[in-house]
Design a protein around this ligand. Structure first.
Ligand code: SF4
Ligand code: F3S
Length: 107
């Protein structure tokens, strides 16, 4: 099993999650983070840290977010690891909770 970053991270990217991950499995893209499913040890620490509530256990994903399992697995292969918190997107609070952001995901 793994944890999965879902749509509401897009254009928010608060990065609080990376601070608690004991195995450095977050990878960073232009406006989104993903979790490497081969590295995640299911420790659960990141889930409550995300201000956008974008992180779910794979087996608790909302039905409309299941495509993010593959998105996380694919992008973790090419994006660099991120281990330190950085500033969120400047307009992160405006994007937090907006629906339909998947098409805005920059790869
Ligand atoms: Fe990292 Fe734990 Fe979150 Fe997996 S569940 S991404 S190991 S903090
Ligand atoms: Fe994204 Fe939440 Fe981490 S918005 S960067 S999953 S803290």
């Amino acid at each position: 099993m793994t944890f999965v970053v879902t749509e509401n991270c897009i254009k928010c990217k608060f990065t609080d999650c990376v601070d608690v991950c004991p195995v450095d499995c977050f990878h960073e893209g232009p406006n989104f983070l993903v979790i490497d499913p081969d590295e995640c040890i299911d420790c659960t620490l990141c889930e409550p840290e995300c201000p956008a509530e974008a992180i779910f256990s794979e087996d608790e994903l909302p039905d409309n977010q299941e495509h993010f399992i593959q998105i996380n697995a694919d992008l973790a292969k090419s994006w660099p690891v991120i281990t330190e918190v950085k500033d969120a997107a400047p307009d992160a609070d405006d994007w937090n909770g907006k629906e339909g952001k998947t098409e805005l995901l920059e790869k």
